[in-house]
Design a protein around this ligand. Structure first.
Ligand code: SAM
Length: 307
């Protein structure tokens, strides 16, 4: 034990961004939550009170900074290129990271709109956008019932979003409805059954995977997207796999609340909870940490008159 402690190195900058450390504001949030760590998964079904918001902002900013997130965004752009003057809708846009970037591609003659259910996230997205010069728009709404005209966008996109919906099919139907004939819809989303971490206890890994899968309404949406897109009438539906590689710090931020709830509900022992995080932390300290969040980029084209 002593030797292990002596051998400890500091977490790398990538694994211990200062942004992940618990701030005083978040300690307040824990108290507000009855001393239970906030469950980000449940939270994204409804980002609510101000006390929790800092954690959601931090999660989204951290995810945005991952190379493997930037890679799938780049791949989406290669598969579904965006040109000057195009109209794009980002559904479940969060803080609007991608909305801002896409505005640069469509230029002043184009239009990029971000929508999200969370007023807090949209307010922050607007505040950030006001500091830049990109002509972007944001609105609060429900992806299952978009307040937008039929056929009014060239591209409708969404990422890391449908897993949080009870009814992802309605959201997909809306995405297809608002795209013009000949336009495209594209989504990146996860398949939680593929979640894995390099740990010694595979039985514990399997239990934790199941707990995570139970923490969101649509954990298998990634693998279902090709079928759902085709059922909604899209043509030329393509599927490209992509694995997001979260840091230890991001895993902790995302899963700590889920697993703490599992302990509270008797679905995970306190000892297993402690073993899990101890092993992950040690892996991060020694530079061995690997976790995988696999998902799929799936997109298709809305039929045009000549199809
Ligand atoms: C993990 S975040 C992803 C945000 C963003 N796409 C990104 O890549 O940073 C999931 C988002 O879905 C939003 N959301 C959840 N349910 C929604 C709904 N019914 N309609 C619109 N947005 C929703 C949440 O508020 C949250 O911003």
């Amino acid at each position: 034990m002593g030797a292990a402690r002596k051998g400890r190195t500091k977490l790398s900058a990538n694994d211990d961004p200062r942004g992940i450390m618990i701030t005083r504001r978040e300690k307040v949030a824990k108290v507000v939550e009855g001393n239970v760590i906030i469950d980000i998964h449940r939270g994204f079904q409804n980002v609510g009170e101000a006390e929790k918001q800092a954690m959601f902002f931090r999660y989204l900013d951290n995810a945005n900074s991952l190379e493997s997130v930037q890679e799938y965004r780049q791949r989406i752009l290669e598969l579904f290129p965006v040109g000057k003057g195009e109209r794009i809708l980002d559904v479940g846009c969060g803080l609007g990271h991608e909305v801002q970037k896409l505005a640069g591609y469509v230029g002043a003659s184009g239009r990029v709109v971000g929508m999200d259910k969370s007023e807090a996230l949209i307010a922050e997205a607007r505040r950030r956008a006001s500091e830049g010069s990109a002509p972007v728009e944001f609105f609060v709404g429900d992806a299952g019932k978009l307040d937008l005209a039929d056929n009014s966008f060239d591209l409708c996109r969404a990422e890391r979003f449908l897993i949080f919906l009870d009814d992802p099919e309605s959201a997909i139907a809306e995405m297809v409805r608002i795209v013009r004939p000949g336009g495209h819809a594209v989504v990146f989303d996860f398949d939680y059954a593929g979640f894995s971490v390099d740990v010694s206890d595979q039985a514990l890994m399997d239990r934790i995977r199941k707990i995570r899968m139970g923490s969101v309404p649509s954990p298998l949406i990634g693998r279902q997207l090709r079928r759902l897109f085709r059922q909604k009438g899209l043509l030329d539906v393509s599927v490209a796999p992509h694995v997001v590689l979260p840091t230890y710090a991001l895993c902790k931020l995302v899963d700590e609340g889920v697993l703490a709830n599992a302990v509270k509900q008797g679905n995970l022992s306190r000892a297993d909870y402690d073993t899990w995080w101890r092993e992950l932390e040690m892996a991060a300290r020694t530079g061995h940490f690997v976790a995988a969040w696999p998902g799929y980029i799936v997109g298709g084209r809305k039929p045009a008159a000549n199809d």
